[in-house]
Write a protein that binds this ligand. Structure first.
Ligand code: SAM
Length: 240
């Protein structure tokens, strides 16, 4: 009989990514902390370990099939929540410099606990709103890659993420089947934020039926200084 670890290993290989035994152990330690803390604060609706591996971990790793992330790249995870996908990318690519950004302080405290327990270097846990961080010169146009998963529709997300991306860098939005439609509705916002050359990358999540879409946008022009607008506006009045 195949044990659970084998099944997970096979799914990860099937997805086209590979992780070492040490990386799998670090991810397992992260999952244990996530589930333990989830009893006190709501961090994940998925609580079965195998499903966490498939729907959170495997899903996070798919970006490595879709986009070459250069060594030592600066990456920001906008609306990271419990650290997904950011922590998973960092565990599998320790060379990355990672900023984990979330608007909820209790989640950021959890992120800090994970960094300490796992002994991760080169991770900044930032409590704040994307709208404010995008106007802060220490963060604005400083990242090679901004990722976001389950945060907002793509038109809002473009205003959260693209101001943080340097010219020549990318924004990658983790989406489900709505990704293509969201992209049609976000074309104007992406263009206004300086993004072009959009690519849709899709795959069925191994071990199930779920269709996953990564919308990858290249940043080719500077974002006008008026964006992102003040907190709340990108969600309330998304750019057309
Ligand atoms: N990315 C994680 C995942 O895939 O599990 C968390 C998703 S959770 C549904 C959305 C998170 O985005 C929440 O933790 C919320 O606080 C954060 N968020 C929403 N809008 C934000 C904003 N404008 N700035 C920073 N964080 C934001």
């Amino acid at each position: 009989m195949l044990d659970k670890n084998n099944i997970i290993n096979n799914l990860i290989k099937k997805a086209g990514v590979d992780i070492t035994v040490d990386q799998a152990a670090a991810i397992k330690a992260y999952i244990d902390l996530l589930l333990e803390t989830n009893k006190q604060i709501n961090l994940t609706a998925i609580v079965e370990e195998g499903e966490i591996w498939r729907k959170h971990i495997l899903d996070s790793l798919l970006i490595f099939c879709a986009l070459a992330v250069p060594p030592g790249a600066r990456v920001i995870d906008v609306g990271t929540g419990a650290g997904i996908p950011g922590f998973i990318l960092k565990i599998c690519r320790p060379d990355l410099h990672l900023t984990l950004l979330d608007a909820q302080q209790k989640k950021v405290k959890f992120l800090e606990k994970v960094v300490t327990r796992l002994g991760l270097n080169g991770v900044e846990c930032l409590w704040g709103r994307a709208e404010e961080v995008g106007q802060n010169k220490n963060y604005r146009e400083k990242y090679h890659l901004a990722v976001a998963r389950a945060v907002a529709p793509l038109n809002t997300l473009a205003e959260y993420c693209l101001p943080l991306v340097q010219i020549g860098g990318f924004m990658a939005a983790y989406k489900g089947p709505t990704g293509e439609q969201e992209l049609k509705e976000a074309a104007g916002a992406i263009n206004l934020m300086g993004g072009t050359a959009t690519k849709i990358w899709q795959r069925q999540l191994p071990g199930g039926e779920e269709r996953r879409i990564l919308v990858i946008v290249k940043k080719e022009r500077v974002t006008p200084p008026a964006y992102p607008r003040r907190p709340g506006l990108p969600a309330k009045r998304p750019l057309k």
